[in-house]
Design a protein around this ligand. Structure first.
Ligand code: GLY
Ligand code: MN
Ligand code: MN
Length: 510
């Protein structure tokens, strides 16, 4: 007798995971943390403990002039405090009482015809675990009624620089805002700093995003065959994370680069849409991470598309893996990220020297910033609600200006509960290599006949997501990393994301 369809589908599931319950109290904890930071700050500057934090959530966008609505994703600061998945909300927190208030858009009767049930305010109160819910056209009245002073109510609005994009967050706007006092300076640095240190519940979501994405990367390795197109690897990843993890969004556009494309750092954009047919002998560099309930992952795996590393591929891959492992085993609170970046550079330069591509003293190479020729990007960045999570540079921090170091997204010392990517890479980029090989300062380090063998090689990146603990760090990413592990998995061998292989505490083992 044929098995029921459901049972057959379960038995053959390529995933050991299922999407976890969304812990809405996560956002309650985030709000309490912000109010604690804000009250401390106000006390410190002898200001009254009153006013409202007020944020405006994101708006749905249509494609250009059409009525095609792009899939909405909540603005990250708003998501941090309220966890609201719908567009067009506002959210407030009363600084005096800690009470949280959501303001929902008043939807037209037409909504119920085209978009489904119009939820009562009580639905949002229960779902998002807030104290009260009103309509957005009631903001002025509600906040005036709630204010414990005869003066104009004070609003703490979000305005500040994102140090990765150089864009400013947009403070809330609504009709009647002139009836309030406004503080545009206090909230952004405090809220950004809250986001830098992850709670246990936030870590559990980032871990799930890592688990499902790690599993998807393994699935991609297993399905990779010479002659496929890059986007088929992207598609395999997207299918796995959505089908088994319920991840509707990725943290960023997938980079599925093979052969020479793997040295194009931001490959995969509209003008380079992961569409090359890959060839026997190519390396693949796949940078893909899913997002679950706003929290993301950012993982890069590099491997030969035919499943077997050549000696040259081993040389470059192991240079990068050594750098990754050297950094991971040194990470703990108090360690400078700039020092970690330099450690990765030194490790890669030493490996390239050992492999015969470079000659001379590695310290001299570092003085000439040769590391940046092979790794022009920064070692890593904070990760959370955004792939490049904010808070990398504290106000007034000086950004390094040297090649390579100037691409760093943080120069901070590590602290417990930070989540940061470690993503060393080694790329053969003509636009950087050719001038460096011709420069009077750096030409002496190159062995041209060896380097030239790597023309068209592309590059290797290995990227994991690390959480900093009291004594070291834990690698949240669970993919095969050793060349032997990758070859075994690609040949059909087992891999379980349930058994983390890479875990370092106390700056000891990897
Ligand atoms: N995937 C984006 C990054 O690695 O920063
Ligand atoms: Mn990445
Ligand atoms: Mn990254």
């Amino acid at each position: 007798m044929a098995k029921p369809r459901e049972a057959t589908a379960m038995a053959s599931s390529p995933s050991s995971l299922s999407p976890p319950e969304i812990p809405m109290e996560l956002h309650e904890i985030n709000r309490s943390k912000l109010i604690k930071y804000l009250r401390e700050h106000l006390c410190h500057s002898s200001r009254p403990l009153q006013g409202f934090v007020l944020l405006q959530g994101g708006e749905e966008q249509n494609r250009y002039c059409t009525d095609h609505a792009e899939l909405f994703r909540q603005e990250s600061y708003f998501a941090y405090l309220f966890g609201v998945r719908e567009p067009s909300f506002y959210g407030a927190i009363d600084v005096a009482t800690g009470e949280s208030i959501l303001f929902a858009p008043r939807l037209s009767a037409e909504y119920a015809v085209w978009l489904g049930e119009i939820k009562p305010l009580s639905y949002f109160k229960e779902r998002y675990m807030v104290s009260k819910v009103f309509y957005t056209d009631e903001i002025v009245k509600v906040l005036h009624d709630q204010y414990h002073s005869s003066e104009k109510p004070l609003l703490f609005l979000l305005h500040g620089l994102n140090t990765d994009s150089n864009n400013f967050s947009k403070p809330a706007e609504f009709e009647g805002i002139e009836k309030f006092e406004m503080d545009l300076n206090t909230l952004h640095p405090l809220l950004t700093e809250c986001r830098v240190f992850k709670s246990d519940l936030e870590l559990s979501l980032i871990q799930f995003a890592n688990d499902i994405s790690s599993e998807a990367h393994v699935q991609v390795m297993r399905k990779t065959r010479v002659g496929m197109k890059e986007y088929q690897l992207e598609s395999t990843f997207l299918h796995h994370t959505y089908m088994y993890g319920g991840c509707r969004h990725c943290s960023y556009t997938c980079i599925c680069a093979t052969g020479e494309n793997s040295s194009v750092l931001h490959y995969g954009h509209a003008a380079a849409p992961n569409d090359r047919i890959f060839q026997d002998g190519d390396m693949a560099l796949l940078d893909m991470g899913a997002e679950y309930h706003f929290y993301g992952s950012d993982i890069t795996c590099s491997f030969p598309v035919n499943g077997k590393f050549t000696s040259d591929q081993c040389l470059v891959y192991n240079a990068v893996l050594d750098a990754h492992n050297a950094v991971v085993s040194s990470m703990k609170p108090g360690v400078s990220w700039v020092d970690m970046h330099k450690k990765a550079e030194i490790t890669i330069l030493e490996a390239l020297k050992k492999g015969g591509l470079l000659v001379g003293d590695v310290d001299d190479m570092m003085v000439e910033r040769l590391g940046a020729v092979f790794m022009p990007h920064g070692l890593g960045h904070f990760l959370g609600l955004d792939t490049h999570d904010p808070g990398g540079f504290l106000k007034g921090a000086k950004r390094p200006g040297e090649p390579g170091l100037k691409a760093l997204r943080t120069s901070r010392e590590l602290q417990e509960r930070m989540v940061i990517t470690v993503e060393p890479g080694c790329y053969f980029i003509d636009a950087l290599l050719v001038p460096a090989m011709e420069s009077s300062n750096t030409s002496k380090f190159f062995v041209p006949e060896e380097i030239n063998r790597f023309k068209g090689f592309g590059g290797v990146r290995i990227e994991s997501d690390l959480r900093v603990t009291a004594n070291g760090c834990v690698n949240m990413t669970k993919v095969p990393r050793e060349t032997s592990e990758i070859e075994a998995v690609m040949a059909g061998g087992p891999w379980s994301i349930k058994n983390p292989i890479i875990c370092s505490e106390n700056g000891g083992k990897r």
